[in-house]
Design a protein around this ligand. Sequence first.
Ligand SMILES: C[S@@+](CC[C@H](N)C(=O)[O-])C[C@H]1O[C@@H](n2cnc3c(N)ncnc32)[C@H](O)[C@@H]1O
Length: 388
Amino acid sequence: MFQSTLNKKQFNILHLAGIYIHIPYCRKACHYCDFHFSTHFDTKERMVDALIREIILRKDFFSSPIDTIYLGGGTPSVLSSEELSLIFKSIHQHYALSTTLEITLEANPDDINDDNLSLWRSLGINRLSIGCQTFDDAILIQLNRIHRANDSITAYHMARAKGFDNISIDLMFGLPTQTEQQWIADLELAMSLQPEHISAYGLTIEERTVFGNLHKSGRLTVPGEELQARYYEQMMTMLADKGYIQYEISNFCLPGYKSKHNSSYWNQEKYLGIGPSAHSFDGSNRMWNDANNMTYIKKIESGQVPYTLETLSLKDRANEYIMTALRTKEGITLQKLTEELHYPEEKLRGILPWLVQNGWIEQSSDQISLTSSGKLLADEITLKIFLN
Ligand SMILES: C[S@@+](CC[C@H](N)C(=O)[O-])C[C@H]1O[C@@H](n2cnc3c(N)ncnc32)[C@H](O)[C@@H]1O
């Protein structure tokens, strides 16, 4: 049943190496966000120096040229031209770079102006990920975003005019007070801009956030699970109608515009994470950097990288593969799961027919992937397939 026509060498045809750089500063704290960031910029200069030191300390991480660089956050667009230039200079000095490098910068609409766009282009940044979230001003205010809908639209057009031909837009749905009409209007506006890529996430209420506290005390109402599922289904239909490919549960692109960087996370490629809270994977170990800005800076200044290391067992690697691959359009390659990662075939035989009969999973030769209704239950299905 799980035989394949593929041979092992064909599993990961495309090997990509990527660097992620975490910029842990934001001008304002969004009420939903629990990513690592600070709104106090007093350590920024020392932080940039520490990031550069870490780039140098870990220069031997890869044995092949870098294919992708991703500056995320936090808000990397808050960096000055000098700070960004120094970071890029150190990468160029210490790493071999591929000739087809994808360099993404997460940029908030309020930081997008003519000078910054020129600088980013001159540094080789060829992909912008713009945090629009919604085009509804009242909801943007509730989210505590610093920008308004018109800022996003103007920023988008400015980036286009400056020659950025690979732009991604971040959207969120299931937001407090967001009606179905508002969500449809957001999608229509986003599609009218014709970005190459759209990432869209259903709101998750995170404990240590303003929304988390409000929700706990019953002072925040958000669309329920059923409504959020409907918003998700609408999005899948509307984006598919406009030619967007859903290549991952939350990510859509026009043909040829997958995020190479994110795809390498989902394909379990090696990646190096620089900066506080950044994660790395070297093929068998996961490392995650300390998430406290001052602790990170001090440790790096003493010549050490403050990370915790975990060597993944075969079971961990199988579970990680299930978790990430199931989210992608291609899904899980069964031969890789059973032969390379030693997942027991009898367990698959026990659960796969049931998942297929319920219409959640589809199987084509050696691949299993989520159907549209399966995508709504992705977490539950992942847990069913996990090894305990
Ligand atoms: C690292 S954040 C981007 C930060 C960027 N500086 C910004 O503010 O737009 C990546 C994306 O994750 C999404 N996100 C963050 N927290 C979320 C949450 N609690 N629920 C759903 N999506 C979330 C947002 O769409 C955000 O743009």
